[in-house]
Design a protein around this ligand. Structure first.
Ligand SMILES: Nc1ncnc2c1ncn2[C@@H]1O[C@H](COP(=O)(O)OP(=O)(O)OP(=O)(O)O)[C@@H](O)[C@H]1O
Ligand SMILES: [Mg+2]
Length: 381
């Protein structure tokens, strides 16, 4: 392993060790001329995996995508090949998830959609370029949440008219069945890898054994539609998986649309409920207030009216008026409450008022006339 401060190829000063992998060691280096930072991957030219180290350089040199680091330089010393590439200031997906604990479904879907974009770009070549090693340590996320794919050591061009891969390659747990020698890796091999990455994102469980991907218990916290999408990626038979990354992308997008719609509906219905719950007490408060006011108003009117009549009574006692009505008269003991149709006509009243009878006589007279009138009125109806 190289030490910090060592200078490679008289140009790149080692700043720190970034990571180790099956294919080599990666360092953060500083270009002593420009001051720019790079990631330098050191690979044994003669490795136990029978993988041509130069093939990663060759593949990366053909690619131009914002989600794939550029190779800017290569050199060899002491049986090692050094590949200089863009330094990604961020975390591997494994570190990102370990740090966060878990991510919201929407964020996980956006990571998958960015990966679909990169993988779709590789598959768009003719023949398609198959990545073959999708796993959390080969995916990086920057501070501004951009997703990048690194490590193209196992990437290869699809070979037409071949039944199986020459080299059995991939990572246990994330590798598709055909990578174990059941067939040649193809576009659907990467679809399977996407399924394994989705499993990792939505369950937050590392896939150390393939069997874990098929245990229903591991999916209890995963949305049903997302489960369906993941399981379709992970089908054993290539023909049962998504045909293209585009098909997968469409399903994820429609899941996102549906869940956004559901959230909006929930938001609206809770807003409705909120209005209902706040309107109800407000309405009943208004009704209550109105009733109290009405009762108060009635009470005021009633008291004014009774005060007036008392005042009129007083007036009547002291100064009998020509216009005094029967209502103001004291009722005889056997009399009925006086109703409208019992009111005597003005001419009779005038007669009574004109006489000099004492009040008692006067009342008897009026009552007699009143009953006479009552009889007349009843007959009218
Ligand atoms: N361009 C880069 N910028 C920042 N860090 C990087 C970069 N490339 C690689 N790394 C870091 O180095 C680690 C190993 O890199 P890489 O995956 O390319 O090596 P590898 O030997 O092929 O690994 P493996 O075989 O285990 O997949 C990565 O997981 C990452 O942490
Ligand atoms: Mg790697």
């Amino acid at each position: 392993m190289l030490n910090c401060g060592e200078v490679l190829n008289r140009k790149y000063e080692i700043v720190k060790h970034l990571g180790n992998g099956g294919m080599g060691t990666v360092y953060l280096c500083k270009d002593i001329n420009s001051g720019e930072f790079y990631a330098i991957k050191e690979m044994k030219e003669d490795n136990e995996f029978e993988i041509d180290a130069v093939s990663e350089v060759n593949i990366l040199n053909r690619l131009k995508h914002s989600g794939i680091p550029r190779v800017t330089d290569t050199f060899s010393t002491d049986g090692n090949l050094y590949m200089v590439e863009d330094y990604i200031d961020g975390w591997t997906l494994k570190e990102y998830l370990t740090d966060k604990g878990m991510v919201e479904n929407e964020e996980a879907c956006h990571i998958i959609l960015e990966l679909c974009d990169i993988i779709g770009y590789l598959h768009s070549f003719n023949p398609p370029i198959i990545y073959r090693d999708l796993k959390p340590t080969n995916i990086m996320i920057t501070k501004d949440e951009k997703v990048l794919l690194i490590d193209f050591g196992t990437t290869k061009e699809y070979k037409y008219n071949k039944n199986s891969d020459t080299v059995v390659i991939g990572t246990t747990g994330y590798a598709a069945p055909e990578q174990y020698g059941f067939g040649q890796s193809c576009i659907q091999t990467d679809i399977y890898g996407m399924g394994a990455i989705m499993y990792f994102l939505f369950t937050t469980k590392e896939v150390s054994r393939t069997s874990e991907l098929f245990k229903d218990d591991n999916y209890t916290r995963v949305n049903l539609e997302l489960q369906r999408i993941i399981k379709k990626c992970l089908e054993f038979d290539i023909a049962d998986r998504y045909k293209t990354v585009d098909e997968l992308r469409k399903d994820i997008n429609s899941y996102l649309r549906d869940s956004a719609f559901e959230k909006t509906s929930i938001l609206f219905s809770s807003k409705d409920n909120y209005n209902k719950s706040t309107n109800k007490p407000r309405l009943s408060k208004n009704i209550l207030g109105f009733l109290v006011l009405s009762i108060a108003a009635l009470f005021v009117v009633y008291s004014l009216f009774t005060n007036n009549t008392k005042a009129e009574d007083k007036n009547n006692v002291s100064k009998p008026s020509k216009d005094s009505s029967i209502d103001t008269l004291p009722k005889p003991e056997d009399s009925q409450p006086i109703k409208e149709d019992n009111v005597i006509n003005n001419s009779d009243q005038t007669k009574v008022d004109d006489s000099n009878f004492n009040k008692e006589n006067n009342n008897k007279e009026i009552y007699k006339k009143q009953n006479k009138n009552k009889g007349k009125n009843k007959n009218k109806h």
